[in-house]
Design a protein around this ligand. Structure first.
Ligand code: BGP
Length: 465
């Protein structure tokens, strides 16, 4: 059977500035530039954020390759640490203005819709050292200042904007699980950071409504909506799953779509004395400035298990790779390289949740993908191609459920793979590869994988065999 997708469906791929551009001519370091500088053993064969995939110098070639892979839309991000020269006063770095103008124009010239995100974990490290980063509401306002510059400079040509990518990962990585700088474990701070990120998103939306130059312009947020299924039938695991859903998903989702935090979560946090500090004025801004549309990043579901959480760490016990052996015994499908479960049906559950509980707001899959290490194992010299059939299979299975949801009325308008071209990652540098296009990292040679040809057919026909 053939699965047909709607007209004008966004077929594309997502990446971010800090993961592709390299540090060339950047006036400031973000937290990853800083971490890699401090911990050289994080580098993969000498490659880190300073080179990445050299998009800063090679963007024309990269965009041509994206076109060859059939992408009609691509998301990347504008780096705060590149665009802004003086972080306090918000003066511009002219080289960055030129660069982002050129990139946007090149996308448009190639017929690719450029989608711009403003925060992809890449807060300037100096703002962590002087203000405590997202713990501080001063940083919220500095971010709004940066966003305003972006709208003034680029919103005549960029119609699609997002405030944050995966704000919950900022909270978890930096303040609970120690995988992003500043690597703290502090439930109280985590809660404040979550609130401040939401406040920042709402204030940026308000700024967009004021400064946007394009009547077609829209703004949203990208959330990693992760279904939390209980690891067992036990009441304790069900309670853990319920809490995890409130904290990991509903906090940002309710606030972004409905303008309000879930009352049940607020009660729990208040009872435990970790509730954020807010003012009525701020809550009114959050209430007023909800999103136009939503991006959903989905890689894997969580299997939540008791204990529910503890209020000083707020850590929910779910990390799938921790239970890897047990999962294997139970026959759960895993992406072994990444330690993530593969469960495409979760995308259908996400779509249904949006349809039933969030007014069927327009949304798209803003990231989905499969990270594989040592992908050169699959290189075929005859076709000069990495034969990534597993990725094609992965995409097909996820699209099956996207299609099913659309057929049942879901307002899903696109599917973006992570990522167009193998890119740098904060957690694994260049170990895991996700791209439709491979990078020979030492020589910076980029080649379409088998999946790129598959994707081109998919995008051109907007249908799947
Ligand atoms: C998402 C991020 C991306 C990307 C991806 C893959 O959470 O939005 O920036 O890196 O995950 O994860 P990783 O690179 O850690 O394998």
């Amino acid at each position: 059977t053939t699965l047909n997708f709607p007209q004008n469906f966004w077929w594309g791929a997502a990446t971010s500035g800090p993961q592709t551009e390299g540090r060339f001519n950047k006036p400031h370091a973000n937290i990853f530039d800083y971490e890699f500088e401090m911990t050289p053993d994080k580098y993969w064969h000498g490659i880190g954020p300073d080179t990445a995939s050299n998009f800063y110098n090679d963007y024309k070639n990269d965009i041509a390759l994206m076109k060859a892979a059939g992408l009609n839309s691509v998301r990347t991000s504008i780096q705060w640490t590149r665009l802004i020269d003086d972080l306090e006063t918000g003066t511009l770095n002219p080289d960055a203005v030129r660069f982002y103008n050129d990139v946007i124009d090149e996308f448009i010239k190639q017929g690719i819709r450029p989608i711009m995100n403003l925060h992809h974990f890449d807060v300037p490290v100096d703002l962590i050292h002087t203000y405590g980063g997202w713990e501080s509401k001063d940083v919220v306002d500095l971010f709004v200042q940066f966003a305003e510059k972006c709208f003034e400079l680029f919103s005549d040509r960029v119609t699609d904007w997002f405030t944050h990518n995966e704000p919950m990962v900022v909270v978890e990585g930096g303040y609970l699980y120690q995988f992003h700088y500043p690597d703290l474990v502090d439930g109280k701070k985590a809660v404040q950071v979550a609130y401040n990120l939401q406040l920042a998103s709402a204030k940026v939306i308000a700024a967009f409504r004021k400064h946007n130059k394009n009547p077609e312009g829209k703004i949203g947020v990208i959330l990693n909506l992760t279904p939390n299924y209980p690891a067992s039938e036990s009441e304790a695991d069900q309670g853990a799953a319920h809490f995890a859903d409130l904290w990991q998903n509903r906090l940002f989702m309710d606030a972004s779509v409905k303008g309000e935090f879930p009352a049940e979560l607020v009660d729990i946090l208040r009872k435990d004395n970790v509730l954020w500090e807010s003012t009525p004025e701020e809550l009114a801004i959050i209430k007023e400035n909800t999103i136009d549309y939503l991006g959903v990043n989905f890689y894997h579901p969580n299997r939540a298990r008791a204990p529910k959480y503890s209020s000083d760490s707020l850590a929910v016990d779910w990390l799938p790779n921790k239970y890897f052996e047990e999962y294997e015994k139970r026959g759960v499908r895993m992406n072994v390289d990444k330690g993530w479960e593969i469960y495409p049906r979760a995308l259908y559950d996400i779509a249904k949740n949006i349809q039933e509980n969030y007014g069927n707001i327009p949304w798209f899959v803003s990231e989905n993908g499969m990270g594989v290490s040592r992908e050169d194992r699959y290189y075929d010299s005859e076709s000069n191609q990495i034969k990534d059939d597993y990725r094609i299979q992965f995409i097909k299975e996820h699209l099956y459920y996207v299609h099913k949801a659309i057929a049942e009325g879901s307002n899903c308008f696109g599917y973006h793979l992570w990522t167009p071209i193998d890119c740098f990652s904060w957690r694994n540098s260049y170990r895991n590869r996700y791209g439709l296009i491979s990078v020979d990292i030492r020589r910076q040679i980029k080649t379409l994988k088998k999946s790129a040809y598959f994707f081109k057919d998919l995008a051109d026909s907007s249908s799947l065999e």
